[in-house]
Design a protein around this ligand. Structure first.
Ligand code: SF4
Length: 286
């Protein structure tokens, strides 16, 4: 969780960072996880994790990574947890009010996706304001989609099921693409290797020290890539897989559409430069 809670621009009532103290551990209960290197046991959706305490804290919080729960140190609800718990269900916990359990667990994954969409749209709005290269029509599209998504987060829980998330994500993706193209074109980007394209397979690639400014690496597979000391400013990283990527000394201060989850899945250090709204994860050393 960031030192200073993040809120959606123009909407101080909508948080974009988690406030676990005002949630009922919805990520540890509503969501399902398969046993993997990120989560040490099978946990069906709707069933509380075996490591969850009665007060909604995690009994192995200080040892998560060592005990095989690395995914829990990476997960981010973008502020959806407290919104569902406090705003949509009036602060009634699913333990004390069993009648809210099913609708609350059903609402959380949907609202989480909406908050993630707002995370991206919020960045796009900042880019629209700060970059003259972004046209008025792209900016208007981003503003309109933001208000539409805000409205969806305020729906009655029973109506959330009807939200067409795939269709919304597609429209938001197009709007973000327009912003990204404008911003990256203004930033230059000549000299970026031709293999650095959206969706590129860059598993374990050696990109240490490279200047990648302006590249479009949307959805690229950068798993375990060596990006130490790389210049990733104005690189579109929307949906890029950065698991175990090495970001020590890399400059991501102006990387586009980066999320805290992507950063937490990678490794970095005190020299890694991150966008202002993303704090270095607690597990980064040095
Ligand atoms: S291990 Fe802890 S943080 Fe992870 S889901 Fe279980 S209770 Fe939550």
């Amino acid at each position: 969780m960031p030192a200073v809670p993040l809120h959606l621009s123009g909407h101080p009532d909508i948080a974009l960072s988690a406030d676990c103290g005002n949630c009922f551990a919805l990520c540890c209960s509503a969501l399902g996880f398969e046993r993997s290197t990120d989560f040490a046991h099978d946990k069906p959706a709707g069933q509380a994790c075996r490591n969850l305490a009665a007060d909604f804290s995690c009994t192995i919080h200080a040892r998560l990574r060592g005990e095989g729960y690395r995914g829990c140190t990476v997960f981010d609800c973008f502020g959806a947890g407290q919104h569902v718990a406090q705003d949509l269900f009036g602060g009634r916990s699913w333990t004390e009010h069993p009648e809210v359990r099913a609708p609350m667990f059903a609402a959380f994954p949907i609202v989480r996706q909406l908050h993630e969409v707002l995370w991206y749209l919020d960045e796009a709005r900042h880019l629209c304001r700060s970059s003259p290269a972004v046209g008025d029509s792209a900016a208007a599209g981003v503003a309109s989609l933001t208000e539409e998504t805000v409205g969806l987060t305020r729906l009655e829980p029973a109506r959330l099921d009807a939200v067409d998330l795939a269709e919304l994500r597609e429209r938001v993706g197009e709007a973000l693409k327009d912003v990204s193209v404008a911003v990256r074109s203004a930033a230059g980007g000549r000299g970026v290797p031709r293999r650095l394209v959206p969706g590129a397979d860059l598993l374990g690639a050696d990109l240490a020290g490279r200047v990648l400014q302006g590249a479009n690496l949307r959805g690229a597979y950068l798993i375990a890539a060596d990006l130490t000391g790389a210049d990733l400013r104005w690189v579109d990283l929307l949906g890029a897989d950065l698991r175990d990527a090495r970001l020590q000394g890399a400059d991501l201060s102006r990387a586009l559409f980066l999320t805290p989850m992507q950063v937490a899945a990678a490794s970095g250090d005190s020299r890694t430069r991150l966008p202002e709204r993303i704090q270095p994860p607690a597990h980064w050393q040095g």
